[in-house]
Design a protein around this ligand. Structure first.
Ligand code: MG
Length: 386
C-alpha cells in the first residue's frame, strides 16, 4: 500500500460500552475471549499494520488504567493513547477523534466488540477510502427483514438492497470530523459513523466485510472453546443357531446369529458405548436395561437414535467412529461397505468418518472357537461450533 506510507492514518477504537446485553458487570470488551480480553485482538490487529500512525482507544473513565496496561501488552512497540469516552458511542468516537493529530489524513473507526478483524480486511476498507472518502464495511443481509408494529408486519423490505453494517468504517479525517461536529450542533444521534456522513449529504461507499467479523453483543455470540472427547466401547454376544446376525444395522446371511435381549447388534452396541463414554453418559446397560421389556427384540439402530439425541442435546458433533469386529466366521469383508454406509447414515456423518474393520483371532479364544463375536470401538466427539 504505497499511498499510505506518507499519510497519517489514525485509528479510534470505541471500547466504552457498558455491555448491558452481555449481562456483564463492567466493560464487555474486557471480557475474556479464548483466554484474553476481547479488546486486545483489535489493538493487536491495528498495531501490526504499518500504515497506522496513531492509535487511540476510548474507554470508560474507570477502566483507563486497565486498558492502558492491556494496550502496553498488546502493542509493546506502540504508543497507544487511551482516553475516557462519553455516555454514548457517538460521543466516545468524537472524543477519540479530538485527540488525533490535526494533520491526520485518514481515520479508521472500529468497535472494540468486533475482535475478529484482520489487517487484510482493514486494508480493503482503507484502499476504498482513498477513492471514496467515506467507506463502511458491510455484508449482505441473509435474513428476510420485516418492519413490525404492535406485533404485526407492516412491510417486507427488499433483501437485495439490505446490508448489515460492520466496522471498521474509514473516512477522510476532515470529513468525519465535520460530520460529528454537525451532528453535535443539530443534536443528531446515529448508531454508526457512516450515518453521520450520510446526513452531511456525502456519499458513503460499501466495501465487502466478512460474516466472521461479528459484534459480540450477547454471551451467545462468544465462541465457545472447542472441546474434544474420545470414548471407548467393547461388547460381546454369543453366536447361536436360529438368530439373525445383525451388524451395524445390516442383516448378514449366516447359519448362526447373535443372542441378546435386543437384536444383539454387537457392533452398534460397542459404538453406542463409545459415544456414551465420550460424553461421560455411562453405558448402554444404564440407558437400556435388559430387564426392560420395551427393548426386547428391538433394533439396536433405534437405540442408537436415542444415543444420537443425547449427542445433539449435549451440543456435541461426531468427528469419527472406528470399530474392529472380531469374528472367526462368517467372512465379513463383503459386508463392510454396507455396514459402513448404514452406520454413517445413523450417525449423521460422512462415510469417510466411519471405519469398520474385521479380523479373526487366528482360531484363538472364544472368538476363534466361533462361540461369539466381539467388537471394540472408539468415537471422537467435539463441541459443536455455532
Ligand atoms: Mg450388547
Amino acid at each position: 500500500m504505497q499511498e499510505a506510507v506518507h499519510m497519517r492514518v489514525g485509528v479510534v477504537i470505541a471500547a466504552a460500552g457498558e455491555g448491558k446485553r452481555m449481562g456483564a458487570e463492567g466493560n464487555k470488551v474486557l471480557l475474556p475471549l479464548r483466554g484474553r480480553p476481547m479488546l486486545q485482538y483489535s489493538i493487536e490487529c491495528f498495531a501490526a499494520m504499518e500504515e497506522v500512525t496513531d492509535l487511540v482507544v476510548v474507554t470508560r473513565a474507570v477502566d483507563l488504567e486497565l486498558v492502558r496496561e492491556l494496550a502496553r501488552q498488546a502493542a509493546p512497540s506502540r504508543s497507544v493513547q487511551v482516553v475516557a469516552g462519553g455516555a454514548e458511542r457517538q460521543e466516545s468516537v468524537y472524543l477519540g477523534l479530538k485527540v488525533l493529530p490535526l494533520d491526520t489524513d485518514w481515520v479508521i473507526i472500529h468497535d472494540g466488540a468486533r475482535p475478529f478483524i484482520n489487517p487484510e480486511l482493514v486494508r480493503r476498507g482503507l484502499e476504498a477510502a482513498f477513492v471514496h472518502k467515506a467507506v463502511g464495511l458491510a455484508v449482505p443481509v441473509k435474513d428476510t427483514i420485516k418492519r413490525v408494529q404492535e406485533g404485526f408486519v407492516v412491510d417486507t423490505l427488499n433483501r437485495a438492497e439490505l446490508w448489515a453494517m460492520q466496522t471498521p468504517q474509514i473516512f477522510s479525517f476532515e470529513l468525519i470530523l465535520a460530520a460529528h461536529e454537525r451532528a453535535r450542533e443539530l443534536g443528531l444521534q446515529a448508531t454508526d459513523d457512516c450515518a453521520l456522513v450520510e446526513k452531511l449529504g456525502h456519499p458513503v461507499y460499501i466495501a465487502a466485510g466478512e460474516y466472521g467479523n461479528i459484534k459480540i453483543t450477547t454471551p451467545d455470540d462468544l465462541p465457545r472453546r472447542e472441546e474434544v472427547s474420545v470414548g471407548f466401547g467393547y461388547d460381546v454376544h454369543r453366536l447361536v443357531a436360529d438368530r439373525p446376525l445383525v451388524l451395524g444395522g445390516v442383516t448378514i446371511p449366516y447359519e448362526k446369529g447373535l443372542l441378546g435381549h435386543s437384536d444383539a447388534d454387537v457392533l452398534t452396541h460397542a459404538i453406542m458405548d463409545a459415544l456414551l463414554g465420550a460424553m461421560g453418559e455411562g453405558d448402554i446397560g444404564e440407558h437400556f436395561p435388559d430387564t426392560d421389556q420395551r427393548y426386547a427384540g428391538i433394533s439396536s439402530m433405534l437405540l442408537l437414535r436415542h444415543v444420537m439425541d443425547l449427542v445433539n442435546a449435549g451440543g456435541w458433533e461426531i468427528c469419527s467412529v472406528d470399530a474392529v469386529i472380531m469374528a472367526q466366521q462368517p467372512k465379513l469383508s463383503p459386508w463392510k461397505a454396507a455396514i459402513r454406509a448404514s452406520l454413517a447414515q445413523a450417525l449423521g456423518i460422512a462415510e469417510r468418518h466411519v471405519s469398520v474393520k474385521a479380523t479373526t483371532t487366528e482360531g484363538l479364544g472364544f472368538v476363534g472357537r466361533e462361540e461369539g463375536i466381539a467388537v471394540q470401538a472408539v468415537a471422537a466427539l467435539r463441541t459443536r461450533q455455532c
